[in-house]
Design a protein around this ligand. Structure first.
Ligand code: EPU
Length: 417
């Protein structure tokens, strides 16, 4: 079994370059289906989710050329086929093929998506939106058949500002007849990236990044290029490491507005940092104030940084509160933090974190992607050796995490044990 092994306590110094955003790339690749021509996506992170999506595009007979981080997708001969269960189950984002194939062919057949086990993860809002666009949804043995004679623009109100539903409905509506308005839309930066890509193909989308998105249907989408935005969650993860272990640690490729909620909390804690252009320089904070964190939809504190941040809160001088409001099951890492010496009491989606505590290296598990990132942070600040198993979750979302950390002085490696 492959494990990540960390010898903790090393200072981190040098530069970490941020990769393209996972949660953008995993929507941009299925979105490419809507083009009848060739599209190129730059700055695509080398993560296993990318490879799973490429496998689906190839199954649909799209032509794929990958040259480092540039992904060229030629959609001229793409076909509408059933996406097999084992492929859709590999990742959550396979569900973007629902919106993309429905938008292009008025029909899609695929299985329920996979992804991290962080909650029930229903897709009712996606399906309700497809129905409002005129599609009929049938469900048989875990397989969805979604079809329409013709998709027609509609006004769709989302009960919850869901990232996935917002993107999937943009994909389905982009070629629908007439105008679609998505209200209470999610405002995450990734959504703007996807809308820009579709507009570059010829779509007419306005309002992405606000809570009301307007989509005027077009007949044809063509050639386009797009660059994946920098990964704000990856950046946030390394910024947190910098606050704990940095010595002039530079995080290069950060869009300040995307990490504002995190930076504001770090300032409350007492962490000092400097931002110049897109580079944040950060140093270890010797004395940290306890704070309260509640995860919210963008631009609130991101759920995907809640788990990494909870590790930092074990080092503050007093009691901090961490509340997760998006997912039901994002406390899987706490058991392992406590095993390492943290004092955290969990009650449902609330955690009371009593600091400061010295962490000791132990055998721990990456129960999901961000829990895995939390375990890496814990291992880096712990005394002695930490061995993390189930590392496939971490490798799904963090490009070259081992190399990036080794380059700034961390003692971290992957070993077959
Ligand atoms: N929800 C519903 N019904 C739906 C859709 C969502 O009830 O039809 C609920 C979910 O159960 C959850 C909440 O709404 O409680 C938020 O879900 P959302 O749809 O916004 O999340 P998602 O699109 O499935 C994306 C990211 C997640 C990230 C969330 C929130 C991708 C592939 N995933 O998920 O990323 O946590 O948005 O920002 O983009 C991660 O990177 O670790 C990760 C889990």
């Amino acid at each position: 079994m492959k494990k990540i092994i960390i010898q903790g306590g090393e200072e981190l110094s040098g530069t970490i370059k941020i990769s393209g955003a996972k949660n953008s790339a995993v929507a941009l690749i299925p979105a490419a289906i809507l083009s009848d021509d060739e599209v190129t996506i730059y700055n695509v992170p080398n993560i296993s989710d990318r490879d799973a999506l490429i496998e689906i595009i190839e199954l649909l007979e799209g032509k794929v050329t990958l040259d480092q981080d540039a992904l060229k997708l030629d959609m001229k001969n793409i076909k509408n086929k059933v996406i097999p269960e084992e492929l859709s189950k590999k990742l959550r984002a396979s569900y973007y093929f629902m919106g993309a194939l429905l938008g292009k062919y008025n029909k899609v057949e695929m299985y329920f998506p996979g992804g991290c086990n962080i909650g029930a993860r229903p897709i009712n809002l996606h399906l309700k939106g497809f129905e409002m666009l005129g599609a009929k949804v049938t469900y048989d043995c875990d397989k969805y058949i979604i079809e329409a004679d013709e998709l027609k623009g509609a006004r769709i109100y989302l009960d919850f500002a869901s990232v996935g539903a917002t993107i999937n409905l943009m994909l389905a509506a982009v070629k629908a007849k007439g105008t679609t308005v998505i209200s209470n839309a999610a405002r995450e930066a990734e959504i703007v990236n996807i809308a820009t890509f579709l507009n570059n193909m010829g779509a007419k989308i306005t309002g992405a990044g606000t809570s009301e998105i307007k989509i005027v249907g077009v007949e044809k989408l063509g050639k386009a290029i797009i660059e994946v935005i920098p990964d704000r969650i990856e950046a946030g993860t390394y910024i947190i490491m910098g606050a704990l272990l940095g010595k002039d640690l530079k995080i290069d490729g950060v869009i300040k507005e995307h990490v504002e909620a995190l930076l504001s909390k770090l300032s409350d804690i007492g962490v000092k940092y400097e931002i110049k252009n897109n580079v944040i320089t950060i140093n270890k904070c010797e004395s940290m104030n306890p704070i309260n964190i509640k995860t919210l939809v963008f631009p609130g504190f991101p759920t995907d940084l809640g788990q990494p941040m909870s590790v930092l809160l074990t080092q503050t001088n007093g009691t901090s509160l961490f509340e997760e409001t998006i997912w039901e099951n994002r406390m899987g890492h706490i058991k392992y933090l406590n095993k390492m010496g943290a004092k955290i009491i969990v009650n449902g989606s609330h955690a009371v974190i009593i600091g400061p505590t010295k962490l000791q290296g132990k055998d721990v598990v990456a129960t999901d992607l961000r829990a895995g990132a939390a375990m890496v942070i814990a291992g880096l600040i712990a005394e002695g050796e930490t061995r993390i198993s189930e590392i496939k979750h971490i490798l799904r979302g963090y490009e070259d995490i081992i190399e990036k950390l080794q380059n700034v002085g961390a003692k971290i490696e992957i070993k077959e044990i």
